[in-house]
Design a binder for this molecule. Structure first.
Ligand code: AMP
Ligand code: ZN
Ligand code: FE
Ligand code: FE
Length: 281
């Protein structure tokens, strides 16, 4: 069982890296990708917790913005965590998430909602990349709403009046950085249409030119037609096809390994990194 896209409490998941690794071992996964938003801060604890037959594919889900302002998520896997420019890029994005959150909170306050930055900070685990799910948790704690799910169906949705984007690299810039750090780039849930605007089929060629290695096809936010379309794009462009859970602990309904990547596709993806970078016990 290979699941290449999961989150811990170093971003907006709820399990610690140790808990996530333990769950993966108990469930019998063979490869676990850990991809916290815009950070590699889960890598050390995950590595220290590793035992048995589990292999780790460490990475990050990099927030991107296209030139016309569309949000895209790029999975970087198997890159060098010490790569200076990569770390600068990730840090700049994390820094940009703070003023963005302030703006969202201000918009809510202007609409008469009882919420403050202190409430959001109280809901964010130590050292976690700040995100909308922490604002959702703060709103739940305040009794404004009852769940993250409710938040994302309404006031925290990309189409909501309260939504604000944050500074981020373009998808091509993120891909180039991942590749120059020796890793592989897989675009996450590119046709997840319920989140808002999605890529056009023709956009993938540009990303391949930038160095894209794979497409996340099997993901709960893409319906069967969307998956079929992505599968044919991936086949046409000779890209690796992945499937993954996007597990967030109790922060989302997604179950660990609910979608998986085939061993053959994983082998192909791993071979595209500049060297053998998987972590084994
Ligand atoms: P942000 O990175 O701050 O823009 O927040 C986006 C994050 O919110 C994504 O990583 C998603 O995992 C999370 N998210 C999106 N929809 C939902 C949902 N329905 N329930 C819980 N979390 C969600
Ligand atoms: Zn997330
Ligand atoms: Fe994502
Ligand atoms: Fe994710």
């Amino acid at each position: 069982m290979i699941d290449l896209h999961t989150h811990t409490n170093k971003s907006d998941g709820t399990d610690s890296p140790r808990e996530l690794v333990n769950k993966a071992i108990v469930q019998g996964l063979t490869v676990l990708g850990i991809t916290d938003h815009d950070t590699t801060s889960s890598w050390q604890e995950a590595t220290d917790s590793l035992r048995g037959n589990l292999t780790l594919a460490l990475g990050s889900e990099i927030s991107c913005l296209t030139e016309d302002g569309m949000s895209v998520h790029m999975l970087g896997l198997l890159f060098d965590g010490e790569h200076k420019q990569m770390q600068v890029m990730l840090e700049e994005t994390r820094d940009g998430r703070l003023p963005r959150m302030r703006k969202m909170v201000e918009k809510m306050q202007a609409a008469g909602i009882d919420i403050s930055m202190a409430d959001v900070e109280a809901a964010r685990p130590d050292g976690a990349t700040l995100g909308r799910p922490h604002l959702a948790d703060a709103l739940v704690n305040k009794g404004v709403i009852t769940s993250r799910e409710e938040a994302f169906q309404g006031m925290l949705n990309n189409d909501s009046e309260f939504y604000v984007s944050h500074a981020a690299p373009t998808p091509a810039q993120a891909i180039a950085m991942i590749r120059s750090a020796g890793g592989v780039a897989v675009i996450a849930h590119p046709f997840a249409s319920h989140r808002g605007q999605i890529l056009k089929a023709s956009d993938f060629q540009d990303l391949v030119r930038a160095g894209l290695n794979g497409i996340e096809v099997d993901h709960r936010d893409q319906n069967p037609e969307e998956r079929a379309m992505l599968r044919s794009i991936a086949t046409e462009l000779d890209l690796v096809i992945t499937g993954s859970s996007d597990y967030h602990g109790s922060g989302k309904v997604n179950l660990l390994a609910e979608f998986q990547t085939s061993p053959g596709q994983w082998e192909k993806l791993e071979s595209l990194a500049d060297k053998r970078r998987v972590v084994r016990a």
